[in-house]
Design a protein around this ligand. Structure first.
Ligand SMILES: Cc1ncc(COP(=O)(O)O)c(C=O)c1O
Length: 450
């Protein structure tokens, strides 16, 4: 490359090496603007991150105040006021029995911490033979090697398979494709829990550490809402075998589904749970793993030390930002708003897309929605994966000033396309209507090109 060209080319190792994305320069509320002045309505908060939208003054002020006081202190020497306050807040609002929060810098790290906590718990209580995880196909738990191993996203895993720990995968809860004709939702959930039961028994019930699942499936299959009773049946199976239940709420948690935790609506309490995206709302990179008292007690009575750690654990500015985000959600009653606006947004999506010849399913809860696209509604046949419909949707959406989160491999990691929509909790009814309308236009325009 000539010197002059080299000096102007991007030196960022971008996600795709053949294209440099537009440069984001400013954002406020539900809008984000690029360097050309183009404005986008952020209907997915990146990847279900920006729950308060952009530029919220309270969060920014809390970050400024924290930076002025203390930007960083390593957790092997110090704790900090924002970490203590955020942990207290998360435990106060957590499912029953959760006693401590472990702060990391994102979702994958939160999942890694949960996997290692679960393993170490069994070592501490004298069951070191427990060495296996069971998880689900069509799931996503992150891109670090442990999280990728439990995840069930085939195209993300394929190249790295030789590096991944061996994890047994069972079926996701995917009623649109896998609930049988004439089967009730309850019977379907029971059938899935029975499959989990068999998988645990096959591995040896005393050899399994935990079952790992997203409470509402997110990025891989496009918002899979569990059928009633499924997670209760899963909880019973785990309890019967002394296996821990790890719920990954990195994407679906912290209010996205209309309750602070998605598992509240399933009436189950996990042993460990993970959050990230909506925890800090994108203002800072932060994730958390919450642990039940008995897990913490076992480590406390045993080695007294969690054999883990990162340099940026409990980062004070990240904790201050997350605390401010959580205070805004509480003070402004945003969970109720997510339920109300989510219901009307779902109705808007259905009104525009339910009868569309290439929309197979519109599904979701709160402000977390997925639209699955099909070549043929009757047979549910997906589009040919080669033209990458999902990538075309992203392009057409951006051309229309709309940010959504489309993905391929919905059905089995290779075939299928969906669009994930996760608007900020502060989106108005008018903005939600604009999103539904632009999405409809986008779907039509993208499909016309394949
Ligand atoms: C359910 C779930 N777990 C874990 C992760 C990984 O989080 P991160 O990208 O912050 O590492 C994601 C990201 O999309 C997710 O959706």
């Amino acid at each position: 490359m000539p010197d002059q060209e080299r000096s102007t080319a991007s030196r960022v190792f971008h996600r795709h090496l053949h294209q440099v994305p537009p440069k984001a320069v400013s954002a406020s509320g539900v809008f984000i603007r690029d360097a050309s002045g183009k404005e986008y309505i952020d209907a997915s908060g990146g990847a279900a991150v920006s729950c308060l939208g952009h530029g919220h003054r309270d969060v920014i002020s809390a970050m400024h105040a924290q930076i002025d006081r203390l930007a960083y202190a390593h957790t092997s020497f110090f704790t900090s006021e924002p970490a203590e306050a955020l942990a207290a807040q998360l435990i106060r609002t957590a499912p029953a029995g959760m006693s401590h929060a472990y702060f990391v810098s994102g979702g994958s790290e939160a999942v890694e911490a949960a996997l290692k906590m679960a393993r170490q718990y069994f070592v501490e209580i004298g069951q070191p033979q427990r060495a296996h995880f069971v998880a689900r196909r069509q799931s996503y738990h992150g891109n670090t090697l442990g999280a990728l191993a439990v995840g069930g996203n085939e195209w993300r895993r394929r190249e790295f398979r030789p590096l991944l720990i061996d994890v047994k995968h069972v079926a996701p809860c995917y009623p649109y494709r896998e609930q049988r004709e004439g089967e009730t939702p309850e019977a379907y959930g029971r059938r899935l829990a029975d499959e989990l039961d068999r998988a645990i028994v096959e591995l040896g019930a005393d050899k399994v550490i935990a079952f790992v699942a997203e409470t509402i499936g997110g990025a891989t299959a496009g918002v899979l809402v569990p059928v009633p009773g499924y997670f209760k049946a899963v909880r019973e199976v785990c309890d019967r075998h002394g296996v821990l239940l790890i719920l990954d709420e990195v994407m679906c948690g912290m209010g996205r589904s209309g309750t602070l935790h998605a598992c509240e609506q399933e009436d189950v309490v996990p042993d460990l749970m993970t959050f990230a995206k909506g925890l800090g709302g994108g203002y800072q990179p932060i994730g958390a793993t919450l642990a039940q008292q008995r897990i913490v007690d076992a480590m406390s009575a045993g080695s007294g030390f969690f054999q883990h750690g990162h340099t940026y654990l409990g980062h004070p500015v990240a904790c201050a930002a997350a605390l401010a985000v959580q205070h805004v959600i509480e003070r402004e009653g945003l969970l109720a708003q997510v339920r109300e606006r989510g219901a009307s947004f779902g109705a808007m999506l259905r009104e525009r897309l339910d009868e569309h010849p290439h929309v197979g399913d519109v599904r979701g809860r709160g402000l977390f929605w997925g639209v699955e696209l099909v070549a043929d509604r009757a047979s549910k046949a997906p589009f040919d994966p080669k033209p990458k419909l999902h990538a075309r949707i992203k392009r057409e959406a951006m051309a229309r000033g709309l940010l959504v989160y489309p993905m391929g491999g919905t059905v089995d990691g290779q075939r299928g396309d969906h669009v994930l929509i996760a608007p900020p909790f502060i989106a108005t009814e008018d903005q939600l209507a604009t999103i539904a309308e632009r999405l409809h236009q986008t779907v039509d325009a993208a499909i016309a090109t394949v």
